[in-house]
Design a protein. Structure first.
Length: 128
């Protein structure tokens, strides 16, 4: 019985977390209704790679496309860094009904490894 309860709690904790995160990818799959964000490009990635000591945390620039009901709405160039965090959250908040806590580009760079564009995604985390 304890194992069953533990498994149930584990399942619900993963389900709860999944509902608090949206991944914005480069895929062109569009829903029939509502807003859909698509990661169009990633450039100028100067984020400090994992395992490296840097003086500056760095930043990354991205282009995001917005569609509503399969129709193109806008394209926005954003620079993700600590200085314009609030400005970026406000822009993304226009397209989500829940309050956003953070938006970041993943995966994070690693020293000596090149990340393919299709592996990149935006992780939008909602506040509880």
């Amino acid at each position: 019985m304890k194992k069953l309860l533990t498994l149930a709690l584990l399942f619900f904790s993963f389900s709860f977390y999944a509902q608090n995160e949206i991944k914005v990818t480069s895929k062109k799959c569009l829903p029939k209704k509502g807003y859909h964000l698509r990661l169009k490009s990633v450039f100028d990635d100067s984020r400090c790679p994992e395992g490296v000591n840097c003086i500056w945390a760095g930043e990354v620039s991205i282009v995001v496309e917005v569609y509503k009901d399969k129709k193109f709405v806008e394209e926005q160039k954003l620079t993700l860094n600590s200085k314009n965090r609030e400005e970026n959250l406000q822009w993304f908040s226009k397209y989500f009904s829940k309050k956003l806590q953070s938006v970041e580009l993943l995966p994070y760079p690693r020293q000596g490894k090149i990340i393919k564009f299709k592996s990149h995604y935006l992780s939008a985390i909602f506040a509880n």
